[in-house]
Design a protein around this ligand. Structure first.
Ligand SMILES: C[S@@+](CC[C@H](N)C(=O)[O-])C[C@H]1O[C@@H](n2cnc3c(N)ncnc32)[C@H](O)[C@@H]1O
Length: 276
């Protein structure tokens, strides 16, 4: 099985840009002059959504002019946030070509193209020189990558000495089987959810020092509840993660929230530092 081909196929929508712009236009937005906030219902493809991106940025001490690499950048919500809110220069790389094209278009429409760029590629073979970035991030991507040792080795290589690596992945909290489909995989064949212990071991073996670690389950559950209650009260908004995930959205979100509630998985944030 070619994992990367299957993962990219899983995320490919086919007409995603039109679906997003159509949803925005239906609410009266000028799609040629967007604000990053207009997109946050759809472009933060992880538990805790924009609120968690804000938290992760705080943990990473981002500041103006820093160079950030977002590995598995999706359609670019976190990358645009790091640029707009913290003045960073951000590069996003992602396996899914359609996501990269949509990320570029949305970034242009938000007026951030001089600060944020995207390219198609794999986190397992980063096309950047060693010691290029101040910070790297990996947000809900490791669940699709079996070879985390190579992934962490690549992240370390492209970071400068003392550079920070912010990982926020869904991790395994129990050996019991997970329900599928999940947002990141239709079946267990392209799902590689590992324990925080495994992350810690592999990060340390790659040459990182673990600076901080936080289990974000309670935070993610609370925000998930608020989102569901809001949809029950006001109906499903025109733009949301359903725009990316299509008809299977309800089942995939129900499965991930159920697994979180039952303690099978946990969204965990780890800040690691590149040491000599
Ligand atoms: C759940 S989405 C998260 C997107 C984004 N980080 C966010 O939080 O909005 C996972 C993303 O990881 C990307 N991805 C999966 N495996 C990858 C790999 N080996 N290299 C680069 N990107 C990968 C997918 O294409 C997808 O865009």
């Amino acid at each position: 099985m070619d994992i990367e081909r299957d993962v990219a196929r899983h995320y490919t929508h086919g007409s995603l840009e039109g679906a997003i712009l159509g949803a925005l236009a239906s609410t009266g937005k000028d799609v040629d002059h967007l604000d990053t906030a207009d997109l946050s219902a759809a472009d933060e493809f992880h538990l805790g959504w924009l609120a968690q991106t804000v938290e992760l940025a705080k943990q990473l001490d981002l500041s103006p002019g820093m160079t950030v690499l977002d590995i598995g950048a999706g359609i670019g919500g976190p990358a645009r946030y790091f640029a707009k809110a913290h003045g960073c220069r951000v590069t996003g790389i992602d396996l899914t070509d359609e996501f990269v094209q949509v990320a570029e278009s949305l970034t242009r429409r938000c007026g951030l193209a001089d600060q944020v760029n995207f390219q198609t590629g794999s986190g397992l073979a980063l096309p950047y020189d060693s010691e290029t970035f101040d910070v790297a991030t990996l947000i809900h991507v490791g669940m699709n990558i079996a070879d985390k040792a190579t992934l962490f080795g690549e992240a370390r290589r492209v970071l400068k000495w003392g550079g920070r690596f912010g990982v926020y992945d869904i991790m395994r909290a129990s050996p019991d089987p997970l329900p599928y489909p999940m947002p990141w995989a239709h079946t267990a064949e392209t799902s590689f959810v590992e324990t925080p212990e495994t992350y810690r071991q592999l990060l340390t073996a790659a040459g990182f020092e673990i600076a901080k670690e936080r289990d974000r389950s309670a935070f993610a559950l609370q925000l998930g509840r608020e989102m569901r209650e809001n949809a029950e009260r006001n109906g499903v908004p025109p733009l949301g993660l359903h725009t990316l995930m299509g008809p299977a959205t309800k089942e995939r979100l129900a499965n991930v929230m159920d697994a979180l509630q039952r303690g099978l998985i946990a969204p965990v944030e780890i800040i690691a530092v590149k040491m000599k």
